[in-house]
Design a protein around this ligand. Structure first.
Ligand SMILES: NC(=O)CC[C@H](N)C(=O)O
Length: 203
């Protein structure tokens, strides 16, 4: 197939950085704000930002139902941070009226790393990526508290407060999610990983 077009949900958050990272990963990328624009892309990135705001705007712009339909139909989606929260079937510490897109059989906790750790950076081995660990930039990030049997865990960080590690990257079928922001590091390997997922889905 020809080069797939990957949209970046452009309601709020760090949209531009994802457009740049996708272009660097040799994808055709464009912003998506309206249902007609969603219909024209082969895949979607949901950026970091504020998940409650993005979800409110998605409802307002008439995107929430089309998003759910495309996810159910197998469209590849990559969610970072707030985008990860939107892809979760279950959200802890969300707002009562917070709607998600869902699709990944996981429970995420919003703002999970705590106040003293509002933002931090750490090196993370990422399953399926050769070479150096990925630099994880975490900004008021969620973690994944539970996953269903169909979910592959791609990356974890050691817990500051106990023995068990915290899951920070997962994949289920065509859906990919990370707690952290690879679009802010200049290392485009996670975006390349997603572009390969999109290409494989189109075959
Ligand atoms: N950097 C981010 O995307 C932060 C996510 C934000 N804490 C939320 O709940 O949506």
């Amino acid at each position: 197939m020809s080069t797939p077009t990957i949209g970046v949900l452009a309601l709020q958050g760090d949209v531009r950085e994802h457009l740049v990272a996708l272009a660097a990963a040799d994808a055709l990328a464009r912003p998506v704000r309206r249902p007609e624009e969603l219909a024209e892309v082969d895949a979607l990135v949901m950026p970091g930002g504020e998940s409650t705001t993005i979800s409110k705007l998605a409802v307002l712009f008439g995107l929430m139902d089309p998003l759910r339909e495309r996810v159910a139909a197998g469209m590849p989606v990559y969610g970072t941070c707030a985008g990860m929260i939107l892809l979760a079937d279950k959200i802890l510490d969300g707002r009562d009226d917070q709607e998600g897109v869902g699709g990944i059989d996981m429970t995420v906790r919003r703002n999970a790393f705590g106040r003293q750790n509002e933002s931090f950076e750490t090196a993370i081995p990422f399953a399926g990526l050769a070479g150096d660990p990925v630099t994880g930039v975490f900004i008021r990030a969620p973690w994944v508290e539970a996953v269903g049997a169909g979910v592959e865990v791609l990356a974890e960080v050691p817990a500051a407060d106990g023995p068990e590690a915290r899951i920070v990257a997962v994949r289920q079928g065509n859906l990919l999610a990370t707690s952290f922001h690879p679009e802010l590091t200049g290392d485009h390997r996670v975006h390349e990983y997603f572009v390969r997922m999109v290409e494989a889905a189109g075959r």
